[in-house]
Design a protein around this ligand. Structure first.
Ligand code: FE2
Length: 320
């Protein structure tokens, strides 16, 4: 039996690879962005627009949603809002500028998730996800959970280093003691679909004696290439790993929560602890990659199924 091998080590640090990835991966297909509740009017930071940029293809969205249940489409305008607006324009001046801008294609699912595509003729949304995504997201109501906090910072690791870590959980038991306590890592598994994966872990939380319902296993979905939705314990976390160079990323997080401020802070602290543990691990890993110690290795087709899956997609798209 031939074991799958990892991507070449040089790809993990290469600015040149990023240029190819932009053209062949990031500018193609549908990209998960966030539940639409991120774009409601009256943002905490007072911003009228939300700037997004997965990889050198900036676009922005107006934070103008008043009733999330009435919204089935979202406009995404190409450009940087800070270069276009001073904040002193009248509504009609803003409208005029917006009307002149090119727009990215967008798709809002019935459950309230926003996706963006940069292709001039976008592929059919459901077919792009192999007609397999609905079964996981359409039973949920992502509009019911309010956006509570966002966070963005740069990290010293490349996107491949980060996604390698997200797509397996062999490191979880020793890197994330809190997560390993809440979820039974022995039963961690990754199911692979078309352009996305579902991660599964058994909750260690036992249902009460009078409560015959099983604990909520949560919903963890990885969207190729660098975004994910993690929905559990009444909270929802989204990350977008946006490559900056071959060995640098901007990490963007959005946290959604249904509950009191106090409960949100507990959820947030838990989610942030896991994210901070991953930064340390990925930055240390990137240092080793930069030093040239690592060349290529084999992957465990069972325990590293998620890594095998996404690396195969990366390889296929880059080599075409
Ligand atoms: Fe991790």
């Amino acid at each position: 039996m031939t074991l799958p091998v990892t991507l070449p080590a040089s790809w993990y640090t290469s600015d040149e690879l990023l240029g190819i990835a932009k053209k062949k991966i990031f500018n193609k297909g549908w990209h998960f962005i966030s539940p639409i509740t991120k774009f409601t009017r009256d943002q905490e930071d007072g911003q009228r627009f939300c700037q997004l940029d997965l990889l050198e293809n900036p676009f922005f969205i107006e934070n103008s949603i008043e009733d999330v249940y009435q919204v089935n489409s979202v406009e995404a305008y190409y450009g940087k809002h800070k270069c276009l607006f001073t904040g002193h324009e009248t509504d009609s001046q803003v409208e005029h500028v917006l009307s002149t801008l090119a727009r990215a294609s967008t798709h809002v699912t019935k459950s309230g998730l926003l996706f963006v595509c940069h292709e001039s003729s976008p592929p059919d949304f459901n077919a792009f996800f192999g007609n397999q995504l609905d079964q996981f997201i359409e039973g949920k109501d992502f509009r019911s959970i309010a956006h509570r906090r966002k966070l963005s910072y740069e990290c010293d690791y490349g996107f491949l280093t980060f996604i390698d870590g997200y797509q397996e959980c062999l490191h979880c038991a020793y890197t994330h003691p809190g997560l390993a306590k809440a979820y039974c890592m022995d039963f961690y598994k990754v199911e692979t679909y078309t352009n996305f994966c579902r991660h599964l872990a058994d909750s260690n939380e036992k249902a009460g004696e009078d409560d015959t319902e099983a604990p909520d296993p949560g919903l963890f979905i990885y969207f190729f290439p660098t975004c994910a939705l993690n929905f559990y314990a009444g909270g929802m976390g989204v990350f977008r790993c946006c490559p900056l160079t071959g060995s640098k990323c901007r990490m963007e997080f959005d946290y959604f929560f249904d509950g009191s401020d106090e409960d949100f802070e507990k959820y947030y602290e838990f989610a942030r602890q896991v994210a901070i543990e991953d930064i340390e691990l990925c930055e240390a890993c990137q240092k080793n990659l930069e030093s040239g110690i690592y060349q290529v290795g084999t992957l465990n087709p069972d325990k590293e199924k998620g890594v095998v899956y996404y690396q195969k997609l990366i390889r296929e798209k880059i080599m075409v």
